[in-house]
Write a protein that binds this ligand. Sequence first.
Ligand code: FES
Ligand code: FES
Length: 180
Amino acid sequence: MKISFTLNGNAVSVNAEPDAPLLWVLRDELRLTGTKFGCGIAQCGACTVFVNGSTRRSCVTPASSINGGSVTTIEGVNGPEAEAIQAAWEKIDVPQCGYCQSGQVMSAVALLKAKPNPTDEDIDNGMAGNICRCASYVRIRQAIHDAADLASNRREIAADSNVSEATNVGLATASEGASA
Ligand code: FES
Ligand code: FES
């Protein structure tokens, strides 16, 4: 079956069995190996991607179900939350072996989008489906708090610069009006 979808912002088409797991389409057909295989039964979160903007376990997602849809993997995730998560992950040096981390990052980005200022409980609930055999959970929790602060600061700076831009435009318009 020909399956066409948007992958990290680009249109792609692949030939795959309708029930082939999306994970293997990404890794074997499209050579995006950042998404990992852990359990294969939707229990560990290593294979987490976004499908149409929501987290999905790609190991149990039939390829046919994404026809016409949109998939984002660790290679393409972007935006203010993703940038803040990446910066916090690097600052705190979250990964140990690293195997689970692309799934952790995808879930953390989704959590931050849904809850910009998550509590410990929010983080524990939001990240519960992502297992780390190196037990990096304490660093993950800290990094998500740091990323929330960072994203909030960036939003404030962006809002301030929008206000100054609007003020400058307003002043320029007023001054043009005065000299006309
Ligand atoms: S490999 Fe998909 S949840 Fe474990
Ligand atoms: S960092 Fe090793 S499994 Fe999570």
